[in-house]
Design a protein around this ligand. Structure first.
Ligand code: SF4
Length: 432
């Protein structure tokens, strides 16, 4: 199990949505002891908040995909006006993302939102920040202070404090930027502390994964608030995935991070799926659904494994909720070793597949029957697990690898058909 940095804890949600806790290990804002909550996954809707029906549909979709918290943008009054209805029709904690207009935060709190996100780069007036803090305090909801490299970089107040901090951080590749982010946070959080408000989450995002790692590492040494991790503007899913996972994994492996948002220029449902997969892979959350392993294929492959793996993934995601391990292997060279520990495995051969359930061979089928047979075996195994007759990860017998020259039909059939000449190999002579 990876370590977790102890933090204060914030709670978000209500009796209807359920409470999602973020961070923990130190007393919460009200002095109550807390234990670290599982790292939560959040995302943000991509559509307009004022389009109530579409927004509610999108929130339901994201919640169904596994989002613990969903954020919505409220750039205009019509967006905060829509919040009341959205909150009534959804059952996941909702965060209002506020920029530039502090009134949007007040309206969102009034509507009953579960958390506010403020950007120190664009809501700077002390009296306005105080007004938002007081409203959140009265409503007992937390605030995320979200510093973004992009929204503070053009700040003109590059005075002494920055220079001092710049010197402190000179060993960092991004020393100056890091200095501005930390200074801005310190300065902004002082406004909250003045009001004795500590129900706070912090984020410090950048599109640069290395800066994100440095920024959160430094922040974790200076503040005891829970941290919302993210790489902002990470790009399309294909590249944004690497950028985000690189930064978030490095931090999570060091115990830093209490809630995560992966952000893609794509359907946010992928953000939720990839966020969950990251936490499952690191063992930070118990896996829900299938853990699918598959070989990368090579010159030994004799079935269309890429298509098979995608089809298996899709079919199992829809039908299997038990966190069983399923292995789809292209041949028997590395297959048995890799499939050790899999609950259900298939080894492909010459246009055929042999299926095993916890080491026990259950079927040998032609290529076009691999998917339905594997799915049927997985569903049967799921029923057994649910009924308490089988246990996940419990191999009943050793896998005896299929014979690639006979059982998988690649060798002897061809030899018998005369299409391959049978070679004879001289026996080794024992000269002792
Ligand atoms: S399992 Fe077989 S086909 Fe797949 S990569 Fe390994 S050797 Fe190649």
């Amino acid at each position: 199990m990876l370590p977790r940095r102890p933090t204060r804890q914030v709670s978000i949600g209500d009796a209807r949505t359920g409470i999602v806790r973020i961070g923990g290990g130190l007393p919460d804002a009200h002095g109550n002891a807390s234990t670290p909550a599982p790292v939560s996954v959040q995302t943000m809707t991509a559509g307009y908040t004022h389009d109530v029906d579409a927004c509610v549909r999108e929130i339901h979709k994201l919640h169904a995909a596994g989002a613990d918290i969903v954020r919505v943008a409220v750039p205009e009054k019509k967006d905060t006006e829509a919040l009341k209805e959205i909150l009534k029709q959804t059952n996941v904690p909702i965060v209002a993302d506020v920029h530039f207009h502090f009134q949007r935060a007040l309206e969102a709190v009034e509507a009953g939102v579960h958390k506010i996100r403020l950007n120190p780069g664009n809501i700077t007036d002390r009296a306005q920040v105080h007004a938002v803090i007081d409203a959140c305090k009265a409503a007992k909801i937390p605030i995320r202070v979200g510093v973004n490299e992009g929204s503070i970089i053009e700040r003109k107040d590059k005075q002494k404090r920055m220079k001092e901090l710049g010197a402190v951080f000179s060993e960092h590749k991004h020393g100056y930027l890091l200095a501005i982010m930390i200074a801005k946070l310190e300065e902004y959080l002082d406004i909250f502390y003045e009001r004795d408000f500590r129900d706070i989450c912090i984020s410090a995002k950048s599109m640069d994964a290395a800066l994100v790692i440095d920024a959160y590492t430094e922040i974790s040494k200076r503040f005891d608030h829970p941290l919302h991790l993210g790489v902002t503007h990470a790009g399309p899913k294909e590249t944004g995935c690497i950028r985000s996972i690189a930064a978030l994994s490095a931090l999570l492996c060091n115990g830093i991070g209490d809630t995560i948002r992966i952000s893609y220029a794509s359907d946010p449902v992928y953000e939720v799926q990839d966020g969950l997969e990251l936490l499952w892979s690191l063992g930070l959350r118990p896996r829900q659904g299938v853990d699918l392993i598959a070989c990368p294929t090579c010159g030994r492959i004799q079935v269309d494994l890429f298509t098979l793996v995608q089809d298996v993934r899709k079919a199992l995601a829809e039908k299997v909720t038990v966190p069983m391990k399923v292995a789809v292997m292209g041949c028997i060279v590395n297959g048995p070793g890799e499939a050790e520990g899999a609950d259900v495995a298939v080894f492909a051969g010459d246009r055929r597949g042999i299926i095993y359930v916890q080491g026990q061979k259950t079927a040998n089928v032609p290529e076009d029957q691999i998917l339905p047979t594997l799915l049927a075996e997985c569903l049967k195994f799921q029923d057994e697990v649910k009924a308490g007759r089988a246990k996940l990860g419990e191999k009943k017998v050793e896998i005896i690898p299929p014979d690639p020259l006979g059982e998988l039909g690649s060798g002897w059939e061809k030899i018998a058909a005369g299409s391959v000449e049978q070679r004879t190999v001289p026996l080794t002579v024992d000269r002792r």
